[in-house]
Design a binder for this molecule. Structure first.
Ligand code: SAM
Length: 215
């Protein structure tokens, strides 16, 4: 994939994929969107002290970095599994590291963590990055929180299906939460059909709504 780094409205960078005409994050603020959707509506809502997180789409590692940072305050014990079909080249990673959100030692450790093996980022944060297509992934554990951060349903309809959500529902623990930035009607319907209780929440800057689905 041909990628181009661009700055978003909150000065954090994202990547533009020309083949899909799609950005990795909202151009209205990459950090702002990730904090709103995944941290505030997701991680901060989990009451358990030991939390298993599954992310669909590791990408730049932004959601992992923000989860790690928030957890400095929350002090939970986090296991974070992140799937990615197209890992970024070291050239792109190096260019992202010129920007402050990706320049800390922890950000670099997260972005450069080896694939397929659990890596201890700190005493209470373990990251396992898996290079796999979501379509071929079968979870071997349950998760308290799922960050569904694939490209949009218009661009990747094959990932926003009842079959995929059925697989993810089965991998969600009791009272577990799935959060995503898309609030399209067919996505909410599909999530409801497989068993989730679906709530539409206020979206981040530039988007009216987002979705929180609870098991
Ligand atoms: C909207 S971006 C979000 C990236 C990431 N969460 C971040 O903050 O940078 C979507 C991500 O999903 C990945 N992806 C696309 N198709 C996939 C698939 N079939 N299975 C797993 N990951 C996929 C893309 O390569 C991209 O990294």
């Amino acid at each position: 994939m041909k990628l181009k780094k661009v700055l978003t409205a909150d000065q954090s960078p994202t990547l533009y994929v020309s083949e899909l005409d799609e950005h990795y994050h909202s151009v209205n603020g990459a950090v702002r969107e990730s904090v709103h959707v995944f941290i505030n509506a997701g991680l901060k809502q989990i009451e358990k002290e030991t939390v298993n997180i599954l992310e669909i789409g590791f990408g730049t590692g932004l959601n992992t970095i923000l989860s790690y940072t928030e957890n400095i305050k929350l002090k939970k014990l986090i296991y974070y599994e992140s799937l990615e079909k197209y890992p970024l080249s070291s050239e792109i990673i190096n260019s992202l590291q010129e920007n402050s959100v990706f320049s800390s030692e922890i950000s670099k450790k997260i972005q450069q963590a080896i694939w397929e093996k659990p890596v201890k980022i700190s005493d209470n944060f373990t990251l396992k990055k898996i290079q796999i297509d979501l379509l071929d992934y079968y979870p071997d554990k349950t998760f308290d929180l799922i960050y569904f951060d694939a490209f949009s349903p218009d661009k990747q309809p094959e990932l926003w299906t009842e079959d995929i959500f059925t697989k993810l529902y089965a991998a969600t623990g009791k009272n577990g939460i799935l959060v995503t930035y898309s609030a399209k009607g067919i996505i909410k319907q599909a999530l409801r059909k497989v068993g989730f209780t679906v709530k539409r929440l206020k979206g981040p800057e530039g988007k009216r709504h987002m979705v929180k689905a609870v098991k």
